[in-house]
Design a protein around this ligand. Structure first.
Ligand SMILES: *[C@@H]1O[C@H](CO)[C@@H](O)[C@H](O)[C@H]1NC(C)=O
Ligand SMILES: *[C@@H]1O[C@H](CO)[C@@H](O)[C@H](O)[C@H]1NC(C)=O
Ligand SMILES: *[C@@H]1O[C@H](CO)[C@@H](O)[C@H](O)[C@H]1NC(C)=O
Ligand SMILES: *[C@@H]1O[C@H](CO)[C@@H](O)[C@H](O)[C@H]1NC(C)=O
Length: 323
């Protein structure tokens, strides 16, 4: 059975400009969501991987002032199966609106050693960046360590497609609620799925009709409300329409989405970063851990992420990794 299709988005770089231009007129969001301010989710970052004329679009989450967690399939070049060169990987933060973001280049990336691009297992990677200045719109998330029973409501977000039939991308961060599915339903896509407490969190579209993550949202945060704040639960990995496993449409009535469960991979995060697990988890709410004011606040490698190319809708290729 198919594990699903990745939710990264490979687009011609020119699309970025059209996306910004379309911002004010958007009716539909993430798919079925609404715009959110960066102060609500200051840990959400946008990844723009510029590979020649192509811009590989994803998201990620700040889990420290110098560390981003994302999907492995976002930073592994699909044809070569090796990580993209660091200078191609831009991490953009500090604003929900793409045009106001500051971007910084990756200093180091680590893909999970058992990432399998064919079946999309262990779809997680870490990106190290120069420490960012912690502000009301830029702050790390704390990793949620609790259980995730069936029917738990989560919130997913990203700068990805808002409608499967349209190539337009939103200019601002969008979010929507999604709900953890029953193991029986999720096993239709993943025979080994037991619960959302394992390596993956599976959400079922039928529980939130018309709402889903979509291409371009890969790697982006999925959070749970804790004490009025938000803690990081998972990252967007893949989606599948059980009625047509070769279709890439999102929010289909018989669809599922698969998210990599961050806490399940806390050992990988701790060992890769050389920091204790406790530095990534905790009771912090929105904004996660408190700012470390001693860290360097200037972002030397900051560059602009918004290409100055003319708006032009061009052919759009959706990266597919089908089983
Ligand atoms: C994003 O910023 C651009 C440029 O300032 C602006 O034109 C656009 O309306 C903004 N989008 C939203 C949704 O606020
Ligand atoms: C989850 O919600 C569905 C629909 O409301 C309900 O039928 C089901 O019994 C719930 N499952 C659990 C374990 O509570
Ligand atoms: C399934 O999706 C593919 C890809 O979009 C499409 O070409 C095909 O016609 C669809 N099949 C059915 C039965 O709808
Ligand atoms: C960076 O590179 C070193 C190897 O020099 C590696 O051990 C480390 O885990 C890497 N990853 C990150 C995200 O810093």
């Amino acid at each position: 059975m198919s594990r699903g299709l990745v939710r990264a988005l490979l687009a011609l770089a020119a699309l970025a400009a059209s996306a910004a231009a379309a911002g004010g007129a958007l009716v539909e969001r993430i798919v079925g969501g609404s715009p959110v301010d960066a102060t609500t989710y200051p840990f959400a970052v946008r990844l723009s991987i510029m590979d020649g004329p192509m811009d590989y679009r994803c998201g990620g989450t700040l889990i420290a002032d110098d560390l981003v967690v994302t999907a492995a399939h976002c930073i592994v070049e699909p044809q070569m199966a090796t990580p993209f060169l660091l200078e191609k990987v831009n991490v953009c933060y500090s604003d929900s609106n793409v045009s106001g973001q500051t971007c910084t280049v990756a200093l180091n990336t680590t893909v999970h050693p058992r990432y399998n691009p064919l079946v999309l297992t262990n779809d997680i990677a870490l990106i190290r960046i120069a420490p960012v200045e912690i502000t009301s719109t830029t702050a790390p998330a704390a990793v949620y360590t609790g259980k995730l029973p069936e029917n738990t409501t989560l919130t997913t977000m990203g700068w990805g497609k808002t409608d499967s039939s349209s190539e337009a991308l939103p200019s601002t961060l969008m979010s929507t609620d999604i709900v953890v599915g029953s193991p029986d339903t999720c096993r239709e896509a993943q025979p080994l799925y037991r619960s959302a407490d394992g390596p993956d969190v599976c959400t079922v579209n039928a529980l939130t009709p018309g709402r889903d993550s979509c291409q371009g949202d890969s790697g982006s945060p999925t959070v749970i409300a804790v004490d009025g704040g938000a803690q990081l639960v998972a990252l967007t990995s893949a989606g599948i329409d059980l009625s047509n496993t070769s279709a890439t449409d999102c929010a289909m009535p018989n669809g599922l989405a698969i998210y990599t469960h961050i806490y399940y991979y806390i050992d990988f995060i701790a060992s890769t970063s050389g920091r204790p697990q406790s530095s990534f988890t905790g009771s912090a709410g929105a904004g996660g851990q408190s700012a470390d004011s001693d860290r360097a606040s200037s972002v030397a490698a900051a560059i602009s992420c918004l290409p100055s190319v003319a708006a032009a809708i061009a052919a759009l290729l959706v990266a597919s990794a089908v089983l």
